[in-house]
Design a protein around this ligand. Sequence first.
Ligand SMILES: Cc1cc2nc3c(=O)[nH]c(=O)nc-3n(C[C@H](O)[C@H](O)[C@H](O)COP(=O)(O)OP(=O)(O)OC[C@H]3O[C@@H](n4cnc5c(N)ncnc54)[C@H](O)[C@@H]3O)c2cc1C
Length: 353
Amino acid sequence: MKQVDYIIVGQGIAGTMLSWFLMKRGYRVMVIDDEKKNSASRVAAGIINPVSGRRFEPAWLYEEIFPFAKSTYDELSALLKINIFTERNLWTVFPSAQMRDAFKSKADKETNGKYAFIPQMLQYEDYLQQHFGAAVIKGATVNLKNLLPAYRQMLIGKEALLNEHFDLSQLQLVDNVQVTYHDIAAKKIIFCDGAAAAENPYFKSIKFLPNKGEVLIIRIPGLESSDIIKKSITLVPQPDGRYWAGSSFAWDYADELPTAAQRQVLEEKIQQLLKVPYEVTEQQAAVRPSGHDRRPIAGFHPAYPLIGIFNGLGTKGTSLAPLMAEHFSRVIAGEAALMPEITINRYFNTPRH
Ligand SMILES: Cc1cc2nc3c(=O)[nH]c(=O)nc-3n(C[C@H](O)[C@H](O)[C@H](O)COP(=O)(O)OP(=O)(O)OC[C@H]3O[C@@H](n4cnc5c(N)ncnc54)[C@H](O)[C@@H]3O)c2cc1C
């Protein structure tokens, strides 16, 4: 038997960050991941945005989340010798006068121009329809297409990765002191398996609200931008000169595959934004793992304390995962109590700690 401290199921951004912070504390981990092509982390654009939604509310805990995410990704960037974190402006085109007014009364004031302001001159005039003007929001992107495979290689080098589908029927809880999975024994197992957690019988009392997002990858001849461009659709520049254009939201969906209906919705939004022709080169779809209250879900099952979860990163995996994973690693080490907003206990009739 190979003995580790924690088995982690899933190497999306949740499993990557949690295994990283556990290893930094000296714990031995074994990550089991089946490298699902259309996992949320493999389809996401990795945008970090300081304001949320149509009302430009400051994002939850952003003052802590942003610097911590930056320092974590920069540390991994140096270690793995890849580019991960890029600070970028979000060139935010107002779709209406109301949105411009909402921005002026909210984002501009609440962030004191620190993260968001109206620029003196409109850019991209030859390419964008921007009758109501635009704002600049200071955000970032996380290059998950670099991070996930490079981190995986590092785990393989440490003999800490199993490239296979985890089969729950093979998990054994031994005398409530350890878990075993085939020839691996661990103190505990933590599921970071994204939307798949909703099918796990141990987590059936959690109110998951998974939602499907679809994306087009497009070419826009002539437009060269390092900014994210955002209206009712978001364009994120890709290293090969194309743009990630997304994304849609669907609470009801038949499967995880791209659909003609959402392609049409996305294309209509692109046409409302662009003045110039574009070409669609790919369409992708994935399911976002979300809880009912849009907060992360972390902790150990009250009745099965060897079984844990780190999930519910919703639309904000790249910004939330570093700080939340580090916090959970401190909880695991007995140095902190779980934040009440994220504890798994909110789904069980147990005290919130
Ligand atoms: C279209 C779209 C756009 C998005 N854009 C952004 C964005 O710009 N910024 C942002 O911050 N967030 C964005 N998100 C949200 C973000 O992708 C998620 O919050 C985040 O990726 C969730 O990460 P996760 O690790 O929890 O889940 P996942 O990324 O789904 O990872 C789960 C992992 O578990 C593995 N797995 C599952 N079951 C098993 C099993 N039985 N055995 C072995 N392995 C298993 C899968 O292979 C996968 O690698 C977007 C999501 C979508 C769908």
